[in-house]
Design a protein around this ligand. Structure first.
Ligand code: GAR
Length: 210
């Protein structure tokens, strides 16, 4: 099965880029069909480079978060995607949008959840003085980075790391996990319904690696 993907971003879109590059391989079982954002995101350039349509809706242009969420949902539904990926999308979607898309709504996060959820996962790990953090792919629920974990991997924190050096080491791991998760979902190795129901254990890609 070839999965159709809508990817939502807010920033540079390096994870989006990884998906676009992966789908250059004709064998890759997923295609990005549209990219959305809550702003005129820098990462739209990757979509444009691949001729993928984009859409944007800024929360500040709406009376409330619910109306903004409805507008985002309407745009997403135009594409009838099999899977929606929040890839550095830094706004919380309202519960009725999550309910409409769940469990086919996944998120990437630059920490080893449930450690360090939220908008500053990398900064918070550094501030806590931990020696390792990580990256995670989860199914989105109504909590903040609290949904069922699909896969995750540890990344060491090195002496002298700044938020930027640490994030730069986490991002390639995130990209690998995301591409692998999409592959596994397309190939039926990960069943989102079952994972969302909490019936399967997450894959720690560190122990899964050779
Ligand atoms: C990624 O590290 C992603 O996990 C993070 O934003 C970055 C976006 O990078 N998302 C969150 O922190 C969400 N809680 P990108 O725009 O280059 O893909």
């Amino acid at each position: 099965m070839v999965l159709s993907l809508v990817v939502l971003i807010s920033g540079g879109g390096s994870n989006l880029r990884a998906l676009l590059e992966a789908s250059e391989d004709a064998e890759f079982p997923a295609r990005v069909i549209a990219v959305g954002a809550d702003r005129d995101a820098d990462g739209f350039e990757h979509a444009e480079a691949y001729g993928i349509p984009t859409f944007a809706a800024a929360l500040s242009n709406f009376d409330d978060r619910e109306s903004w969420g409805d507008a985002m949902l309407e745009q997403i539904r135009v594409w009838q995607p099999d899977l929606v990926i929040l890839s550095g999308f830094m706004k919380l979607l309202p519960p009725r949008v999550i309910a409409a898309l769940s469990p086919n709504l996944i998120n990437t996060h630059p920490a080893y959840l449930p450690e360090f959820p939220g908008a500053h996962g990398v900064r918070d790990a550094l501030a806590a003085g931990v020696t390792e953090t990580g990256a995670s792919i989860i199914i989105v629920d109504n909590g903040v980075d609290a949904g069922p974990i699909i896969s995750q991997r540890r990344v060491p924190v090195l002496p002298g790391d700044t938020e930027s050096t640490l994030h730069d080491r986490i991002k390639p791991v995130e990209r690998e996990l995301l591409v692998q998760a999409v592959l596994d979902i397309a190939n039926g190795i990960i069943d989102l319904k079952t994972t969302a129901a909490g019936d399967t254990a997450a894959t720690d890609q560190r122990s899964a690696s050779p």
